[in-house]
Design a protein. Structure first.
Length: 655
C-alpha cells in the first residue's frame, strides 16, 4: 500500500515538473494541415511537437492488435512540427505517433487532429472521408431560423433515446436508432425521431457524440456513460456505431443521423467538452507536448476548474487553434448546426469570440451556447473567462440561466428546496428575471433575484431558459423530493407550470428529453454512469402521461406561432412586457403588447399561480379570450372572471 502510494507520488511529481513549461516561447504552427492529409496517391502527416527530440509514425494493419507493419522516423519541419509522408493509397491502415522527450519515448497515440479512429480510439485510421458520405449528402441542408430566440432545444443522449425495450426501435442505443421512422411504443404512440418531430422542437442537442473514454467499445454489452471524458475530439464515439472497429462506420452513421434530422426539419447541436481531456498525463495532447495544453497553478501543478483533474488552456495559441479548427471541422464535414460548450466558463472570452466569428462565416446564425460557470477555481482571471456575468462581452454566444432554472424548481444543490412552481414564497423576482431573459427591465427588482443581482444579458438571445437538464434530478424527481406532501396531481400541475414558464419566457427555450412526459431517473441525482434502467427514456411514460405531452406540444406550437414570446431585443421587451404589480404573492401576471411585435395576438396576458391558493381574477374588459386555462389548452372563448387554480398557468389574448 505504502509502496504504491509512493510510486504514485513520484509519478505525479515528475508529471508536475513537465507541466511547468507554459509554452509561451513555443513556435505557433500557422498552417492548416495538422494531422493527416489523404489522397489515393499519398498520405501526408504533420504533428505539432516542438519539445520532441525525435518523432515516429507507426503504421498498423488493424485498429487494436499486432505490431506495427512500419515505423517511420518523422522529419523536423516548420514551426515546431514534424512530418512524414507515404506514397500510394494507404486507405484502411491505422496509425499512431510517438515522440522522444528528454531521452524517453512517450506512449504512442493518435494525434489530437485525427479524423478517424478504430476501436476505443487507440489508433487513428487512414480513410477517404468522401467515402463516408451517405447518399445525397451534397444536397443536405440545415433548417433555417430567423433568430436565435426562435430555437427550442431538446437535450438528448443517443443511447437514452432508444435503449428501452419498449422503444420499438431496432438499432437500440446507436446513431442509427435515431434515424428510424415509424417506430412506436406498446400503445402505438410514436417514439424516437418521429416523437421529436411530433413534439415540434427545433434543435436536438446531443450529449457527447465525439469519441470519449468511459465506454469500452469492444464489449458486447456496453456500460453506460454520458461521455464527458473526451479522447479524440474530431471523431464520433464508437459505441454508438454498428462497428467500432472500422473508423469509417461511426462517421458514416453519424452523418446519416445529421442528414435524417435535417430532412425532418431538426437542427443538430453537439455538446462539446474542450475544457478538459478525459485522460490527463496519458492524453494525446500530453503525449505529444507534455504539459503544454493545460493550465497550472502558481506552484506548477495542474489546475482543476473542471473538477476532472485538469483544465485546458484555451488562451494558449495551439489550444485555441485546436478548438477553433475542431468546431469548424464538425460544421464543414458533418453539417452540425450548433454547439453547447461544457463548462464554458473555463474558456477565455477571446477564444470564444474567435470561434463565434469564424463559425458565423461558415454558418451564419449558428447556435452557440454554454455553461457560463466552472466546477472550481481557475488561474485565468474571471474577467477573461466566458462566465455568465460576462455574456455581454460574448458575441452571439448564449449562457444557461441557472437563475430561472432554480427559481422555478429550487436549488439543484439542496434537494428539499422548492421553487416558484412548487410553492416557495418570495421567488417571484427570479421568475420575472427569467421571463425577461436576464435583460434589464424596469419592473424587475434585481436585488430579490436568487443568484444574479443584476441583468447580465443584453438581448434575449443571450440566454437559455430551462428548468431541467441532464445534470441533477429530473424536474419530476425534484418535485417528488422537494414537495413530498403534494399529491401526484398537484405535482403534475407543478410540472406543467414549470414548463409553461420555460416555454413562454423570452430567450432560447431548452427542454431535457422526456420532461414532456414526466421523465424520472428514480431519484438518481448524477446518473453519468448509472445503468440504462435509470437513464433510458421509458417510452411507456408517453402513454401514461399523454396529457403532459399534449400540453407541452401545444406550448411549443404556440411559441413557434407567436413572435411575442420570441422578442429580439431588450428594448422590445422593456416596452412591450408589463408586469401587473398588483398581483398577489405567489402569482405572476404580465401583459404583452403583441401588436408591437407583429403578433396576430394584439395583447397577451400570462398568469402563473405558483401558490396553493386558488385566486379569482376579475378582468376589467370582457374581450379577452382564454387559450390556456389552468394548464390546459382550451378552445379560445371570451371570458369573464378567471379562476387561477393552485400551481397553474393561464393565458389570454385579444385579437
Ligand atoms: Ca470511445
Amino acid at each position: 500500500m505504502h509502496r504504491l502510494l509512493l510510486l504514485l507520488f513520484l509519478s505525479m511529481e515528475s508529471f508536475f515538473t513537465e507541466a511547468q513549461n507554459n509554452g509561451a516561447s513555443f513556435p505557433e504552427y500557422t498552417g492548416n494541415d495538422l494531422g493527416l492529409t489523404y489522397s489515393s496517391k499519398q498520405s501526408s502527416f504533420r504533428i505539432w511537437a516542438p519539445t520532441a527530440d525525435k518523432a515516429q509514425l507507426r503504421l498498423y494493419d488493424n485498429s487494436i492488435s499486432g505490431d506495427p507493419v512500419r515505423s517511420i522516423s518523422m522529419t523536423r519541419s516548420a514551426q515546431g512540427t514534424w512530418t512524414a509522408s507515404l506514397n500510394g493509397d494507404q486507405k484502411g491502415k491505422y496509425y499512431t505517433f510517438s515522440i522522444e522527450y528528454k531521452g524517453k519515448w512517450l506512449d504512442e497515440v493518435p494525434d489530437p487532429y485525427a479524423k478517424a479512429v478504430g476501436v476505443n480510439g487507440m489508433r487513428a485510421m487512414i480513410i477517404d472521408l468522401l467515402k463516408t458520405n451517405p447518399l445525397g449528402w451534397q444536397k443536405d441542408k440545415s433548417p433555417q431560423l430567423k433568430s436565435k430566440a426562435d430555437a427550442i432545444i431538446y437535450e438528448l443522449h443517443v443511447r437514452d433515446a432508444s435503449i428501452d425495450s419498449g422503444s420499438g426501435i431496432k438499432h437500440k442505443g446507436l446513431f442509427l436508432g435515431l434515424t428510424e421512422t415509424g417506430t412506436k411504443n406498446k400503445a402505438g404512440l410514436s417514439t424516437g425521431l418521429d416523437h421529436l418531430v411530433e413534439l415540434g422542437v427545433t434543435h436536438i442537442h446531443l450529449l457527447p457524440v465525439f469519441d470519449y473514454n468511459s465506454v469500452d467499445e469492444i464489449m458486447q454489452r456496453k456500460p453506460y456513460n454520458w461521455g464527458y471524458d473526451p479522447v479524440n475530439y474530431n471523431c464520433p464515439e464508437g459505441s454508438y456505431s454498428t462497428n467500432a472497429m472500422d473508423g469509417n462506420v461511426r462517421i458514416r452513421e453519424f452523418k446519416q443521423l445529421v442528414k435524417t434530422f435535417h430532412e425532418k426539419g431538426l437542427s443538430v447541436v453537439m455538446d462539446v467538452v474542450y475544457n478538459h481531456t478525459g485522460l490527463t498525463e496519458k492524453s494525446n495532447f500530453n503525449q505529444l507536448v507534455p504539459g503544454y495544453y493545460y493550465r497550472h497553478d502558481a506552484d506548477g501543478k495542474l489546475s482543476n476548474a473542471t473538477g476532472c483533474n485538469n483544465e485546458t488552456a484555451s488562451e494558449k495559441a495551439m489550444m485555441r487553434k485546436f478548438i477553433l479548427e475542431s468546431v469548424l471541422y464538425w460544421v464543414k464535414e458533418y453539417h452540425v448546426d450548433g454547439f453547447r460548450f461544457d463548462l464554458m466558463g473555463v474558456h477565455d472570452i477571446e477564444t470564444m469570440n474567435l470561434i463565434s466569428k469564424e463559425l458565423n462565416k461558415v454558418k451564419p446564425g449558428i447556435l452557440l451556447y454554454g455553461e457560463g460557470w466552472t466546477a472550481g477555481a481557475s488561474p485565468l482571471p474571471d474577467n477573461m473567462r466566458a462566465l455568465k456575468q460576462n455574456v455581454s462581452k460574448l458575441n452571439g454566444i448564449a449562457v444557461f440561466s441557472d437563475d430561472i432554472r432554480d427559481g422555478i424548481k429550487g436549488s439543484v444543490f439542496e434537494a428539499a428546496d422548492k421553487g416558484f412552481a412548487s410553492g416557495k414564497p418570495g421567488t417571484e423576482e427570479s421568475i420575472k428575471f427569467g421571463i425577461v431573459a436576464a435583460c434589464q427591465h424596469p419592473q424587475v427588482d434585481y436585488k430579490k433575484v436568487n443568484y444574479s443581482k443584476a441583468a447580465y444579458a443584453i438581448a434575449p438571445g443571450n440566454v437559455i431558459s430551462y428548468a431541467e437538464c441532464h445534470d441533477n434530478n429530473t424536474l419530476w424527481d425534484k418535485l417528488a423530493i422537494s414537495a413530498p406532501n403534494a399529491t401526484p396531481e398537484e405535482r403534475r400541475n407543478m410540472h406543467k407550470l414549470a414548463l409553461s414558464i420555460v416555454l413562454t419566457s423570452q430567450g432560447i427555450s431548452f427542454l431535457h428529453a422526456g420532461t414532456e412526459f414526466l421523465r424520472s431517473k428514480k431519484g438518481v441525482e448524477n446518473s453519468y454512469n448509472s445503468p440504462d434502467s435509470i437513464n433510458e427514456i421509458d417510452w411507456n411514460l408517453k402513454t401514461i402521461n399523454k396529457d403532459v405531452f399534449d400540453y407541452v406540444q401545444q406550448l411549443i406550437k404556440m411559441r413557434r406561432s407567436h413572435p411575442a414570446f420570441r422578442m429580439q431585443t431588450t428594448e422590445q421587451l422593456q416596452k412591450n412586457i408589463h408586469f401587473d404589480e398588483a398581483a398577489p404573492a405567489g402569482v405572476i401576471s404580465y401583459e404583452v403588447n403583441g401588436a408591437a411585435i407583429g403578433d396576430s395576438w394584439k395583447k397577451i396576458q400570462v398568469w402563473f399561480n405558483g401558490s396553493n391558493v386558488e385566486r379569482t381574477v376579475h378582468l376589467h374588459e370582457n374581450t379577452w379570450k382564454k387559450v390556456i386555462e389552468n394548464n390546459l389548452f382550451v378552445t379560445p372563448s371570451t371570458t369573464g372572471d378567471l379562476v387561477l387554480k393552485p400551481y397553474s398557468c393561464s393565458l389570454l389574448y385579444k385579437e
